[in-house]
Ligand binder design. Structure first.
Ligand code: AHG
Length: 336
């Protein structure tokens, strides 16, 4: 077999090449992506040495959702805010960890086109057990006038208005995956040169998978339709390749990364306790929906597309059925 040596393409090189495809592109989006990628390198370093620097464990505070924050959550949140505040491309941010959005108050930021939303460290209940966690980010073009501070309307845009979204997974390797409407590409962090290098070009989510992923321990709280779907997943059917395999890490980034690479379905439904589901529309569901849809998959809330929900609150939650197209359609045929 011919041993063709592939040229290493860094994230910066890749985004610059993409920018050249558009006549009026200014490179601002690429620069913003570079800033987010930088913040995630800093977070990655801290995640890797967490056990050594006594940063593991609870911080003692609760966030706006009433959840206990871990020290690493706060470190990741502050890192992203600091890096983006110094970026010339970001007018303001909203974070899952903070009650309100932050409009940056300097002239550079007032003239910046974009706002960024993020979940700084998703899956934080997995920190202490060294399982994969991640940062999820979304980029919108602001709707407020340039030359003034950004406002809430910039952050309450539907997912179908997203310019780009992505995640960084801190796993057995560190990967940055991001999507625009053009497609999805994955970059692995090469620590010896400190660069994310293109490793998974043009990622696709297969139409059919073999894995279903949800918190099966909550089955008693699920609707009859969803219980019936779970029974369908577990039933023997050789022609259809069932029973399916169940996998659930409890870290959305890790569960969705597997779904993107191997196919499958991830569900966080509404249930008796969480009537709107648990996951946040603006910080978790919209960015993941853009990624999976751009890769050919499907992301629904039960009776429509996640990306078409018009958000009314910054910390809004939504049920989600996301992953391989055929599997999402099958699940919805039970639950609708
Ligand atoms: P957190 O960041 O607070 O750990 O939340 C994790 C989220 C998401 O990543 C994961 O899919 C889901 O919560 C897990 O929730 P359950 O524990 O209820 O299954």
């Amino acid at each position: 077999m011919e041993n063709k040596k592939r040229k290493l393409i860094t994230l910066d090189e890749f985004t610059i090449q993409q920018t050249r495809k558009f006549q009026n592109a200014t490179g601002e989006l690429s620069a913003l992506l570079r800033d987010i990628a930088l913040a995630c390198k800093i977070i990655n370093k801290q995640v890797n040495i967490a056990g050594l620097v006594d940063i593991l464990g609870k911080h003692g505070a609760t966030n706006v959702q009433g959840e206990e924050q871990m020290k690493l959550d706060i470190f990741a949140d502050e890192t992203l805010i600091n890096v983006l505040q110094n970026s010339a491309e970001c007018a303001g941010i909203a974070s899952e960890e903070n009650d309100e959005f932050i409009a940056f108050q300097d002239e550079f930021s007032w003239n910046s086109k974009y706002v960024v939303l993020f979940d700084p460290l998703d899956g934080s209940s997995n920190i202490d057990v060294n399982a994969s966690i991640g940062t999820i980010f979304s980029i919108y073009k602001r709707v407020s006038p340039l030359g003034s501070p950004c406002n809430e309307a910039d952050f309450l845009q539907a997912g179908n208005k997203l310019m780009a979204a992505g995640y960084v997974i801190y796993g057995s390797s560190t990967m940055l995956v991001y999507a625009t409407k053009l497609g999805v590409n994955g970059f692995t962090l090469e620590s010896s040169i400190g660069e994310y290098c293109l490793s998974h070009p043009d990622m696709k989510c297969s139409e059919q998978g073999k894995i279903y992923s949800l918190n099966q321990g909550n089955t008693n709280k699920y609707t009859q339709g969803l219980k019936d779907y779970l029974n369908y997943c577990m039933e023997e059917n050789k022609e259809e390749g069932r029973p399916l395999t169940h996998r659930y890490i409890g870290s959305m980034v890790a569960d969705l990364h597997r779904t993107l690479i191997k196919g499958g379905i991830f569900i966080y439904p509404a249930d008796k306790k969480n009537v709107n589901g648990k996951l946040r529309l603006q910080y978790e569901c919209n960015p993941m929906a853009l990624i999976i849809e751009a890769a050919g998959g499907k992301a629904e809330h039960g009776s429509g597309r996640i990306l078409d929900i018009e958000p009314t609150e910054l910390h809004q939650r939504t049920p989600i059925f996301i992953g391989s197209k055929n599997m999402v359609e099958k699940a919805l045929s039970f639950t609708k």
